[in-house]
Design a protein around this ligand. Structure first.
Ligand SMILES: [Zn+2]
Length: 243
């Protein structure tokens, strides 16, 4: 019940938040179209949309996806580890939408990205955000993602940027459970599997959606600092050529 009430309460709360923070910078949420100041979250300033709850990464990814989605005849999308905002966008834009996850039960298909239960060349888009850091063989996962993409298809595969250079762990991180901690060189792994990889930065999108992590907290290292306390996110679009 609480989860069903939450969106309603947020919609009622957003205009009140806006009035209470009239002096603050106004931003625009591309997911719910709210315009006004954003909320802070933990040590991150201007992080959260008060209306739909979307954070920096979700707004950045949504904005890029809306612009960059492939066009074609058959339009079928696979959404791994689905986020609600992106799920709504993909459902509206594609003829066929398939959600998937390794552990969750609220999806269409349970799967391991290292061994996908799909025939070859059946999807036009695969979207999997912050997924590749978990499988033991991320190279096998990338090969599988390419295999299920149709000619002309694309995979959008953002990873959390943690270091200058990628660290592959021997054992999973005790808290985050990741095996791979991506650095700025991580996109080279995608380039060995896909025909082209375009990396879009949060500096490439409309700054009024506030796509940056703004934080003075140095306990979570992020490698790309645009200006003091403003960190850049990156979003790789991995393409398969038309045969
Ligand atoms: Zn919003």
């Amino acid at each position: 019940m609480a989860s069903r009430l939450e969106p309603l309460l947020r919609r009622m709360y957003a205009p009140i938040y806006r009035i209470g923070h009239r002096q603050a910078t106004n931003y625009r949420c591309p997911i719910c179209e709210y315009v006004g100041p954003f909320r802070s979250k933990a040590n991150r300033q201007d992080a959260k949309c008060p209306r739909c709850g979307a954070l920096e990464r979700a707004r950045f990814q949504y904005d890029v996806l809306r612009r960059e989605m492939p066009t074609g005849q058959t339009r079928r999308v696979l959404h791994v580890a689905p986020e609600p905002g992106v799920a709504r966008l993909l459902t509206a834009k594609f003829d066929e939408y398939v959600s998937a996850d390794l552990e969750r039960s609220d999806v269409d298909v349970g799967l391991d990205v290292q061994q996908m239960p799909f025939p070859t060349a059946v999807f036009d888009l695969v979207f999997a955000s912050h997924v590749l850091e978990y499988p033991e063989r991320d190279d096998v996962a990338l090969t599988e993602i390419r295999r299920i993409l149709a000619p002309g298809g694309a995979a959008v595969l953002p990873v959390p940027l943690m270091h200058q250079r990628t660290v592959d762990r021997v054992e999973r991180h005790p808290v985050t459970k990741v095996l791979h901690e991506p650095g700025l060189d991580y996109f080279d792994r995608m380039r060995t599997i896909f025909d082209t990889v375009d990396v879009i930065r949060s500096t490439d999108v409309d700054p009024t959606i506030q796509p940056f992590v703004r934080s003075r907290d140095r306990s979570v290292p992020m490698p790309l600092e645009e200006s003091p306390g403003v960190f850049i996110d990156m979003m790789p679009i991995c393409r398969v050529d038309y045969g």
